[in-house]
Design a protein around this ligand. Structure first.
Ligand code: SF4
Length: 337
């Protein structure tokens, strides 16, 4: 085994944190030793995160016409991409989608809306939907509504939501290259407000925006400092009409390497494969689970379809007898008014 990878593995398995220079050095590990890195990441995953594999699904409850200019996003009104555009859907539609998710034995359901933040009327729709999903199903309820205050996050929690999703997207040093209408500090402010409310926080980013591999690691160290509860890993699926339409994401093995190093930086945080996994990892999706991934978003993404759920379930079956709903059980019951 590669001696440096082995020493890092022993350090992490011994309960110590790796440093940024050590993570940078892992980037230099030759691809011929990638299997060593995967083996160590797999051992770390088994020691620090339970065996369970968790599945989430989302509803895009309000789509398009976004005031923000995120360069990867086809929902931005600043670009010329084509996506479905519609206002907030009804409470009934959201609750129906949640029931469909539960029938598929998915553990978490996320209500996602486009835009910088929700207006009061749309926020009320989410509140009512969260309340009903919590009463009628056993699903964990996530919300991804853009920027949010501590007060509103507290209202969400009281309604029955137990997690908020707010991606950093990339590192602070690269952020201005992908968005100018809000800042990295705005994102950190939202994450802190959510944490204070008692909701758990899901925050990750997108590999392949044009950032250097070190900048992906920079973001992961930031997430480690923030002590987030879950890290979704998206991989750019370039959308026609966006400024990044011609950007080439890294190769499948380069992505696997970044995922394995991510696992070593955050040994005990669930990592979920999200948008772009099918198009970018292709035949290496299963390898990502051996490199430390512990869950995935299924049933399609915000503006792109995914593959069929039964294909993902088959992949999990082939990986072995992983219990579903392992480490990501829903938060303790709350009294829903
Ligand atoms: S990522 Fe979110 S905030 Fe940014 S343009 Fe897309 S919908 Fe708007």
């Amino acid at each position: 085994m590669n001696v440096f990878v082995q020493s890092i593995g022993e350090k992490v398995l011994g309960g110590k944190k790796i440093s940024f220079p050590e993570a940078q050095k892992l980037l230099q590990v030759d691809m011929s030793d990638l299997v060593d890195l995967i083996a160590v990441a797999n051992r770390v995953r088994h020691q620090f995160v339970s065996e369970g594999i968790d599945l989430c699904t989302i509803i895009n409850a309000k789509s398009g016409r976004c005031s923000e200019d995120c360069r990867f996003c086809v929902q931005s009104a600043h670009h010329h991409g084509v996506c479905e555009t519609y206002p907030m859907v009804s409470v009934d539609e959201i609750v129906r989608a949640a029931h469909d998710a539960e029938e598929q034995r998915i553990q978490r359901f996320s209500i996602v809306t486009s835009g910088r933040a929700l207006n009061s009327k749309d926020f009320q729709t989410v509140i009512e939907a969260a309340r009903q999903i919590r009463k009628q199903t056993a699903l964990g309820v996530d919300c991804s509504l853009g920027m949010i205050s501590h007060e509103k996050a507290t209202v969400l929690k009281k309604a029955g939501a137990d997690r908020y999703h707010h991606n950093l997207e990339t590192s602070r040093s690269f952020f201005e290259k992908i968005c100018t209408t809000h800042s990295y500090s705005d994102k950190l402010t939202t994450i802190e407000a959510v944490k204070e409310s008692g909701l758990s926080i899901c925050s990750g980013g997108i590999i392949g925006l044009g950032e250097a591999p070190e900048q992906w690691l920079e973001m992961i160290f930031q997430l480690r400092d923030l002590e987030v509860d879950c890290i979704p890993v998206n991989i750019l699926n370039p959308r026609p009409g966006t400024p990044l339409e011609a950007t080439l994401p890294p190769s499948p093995l380069e992505i696997i390497k970044l995922i394995a190093i991510t696992r070593l930086i955050v040994p005990n945080i669930p990592i979920k494969l999200a948008g772009g996994r099918e198009t970018n990892l292709r035949d290496f999706q299963a390898t990502a689970f051996l490199a430390g991934v512990t869950g995935m978003i299924v049933g399609g993404y915000l503006t792109t379809g995914g593959r069929r759920i039964d294909q993902d379930l088959k992949l999990l079956e082939d990986l072995g007898p992983h219990p579903r709903s392992g480490h990501e059980k829903r938060a303790a019951p709350v009294t829903v008014p």
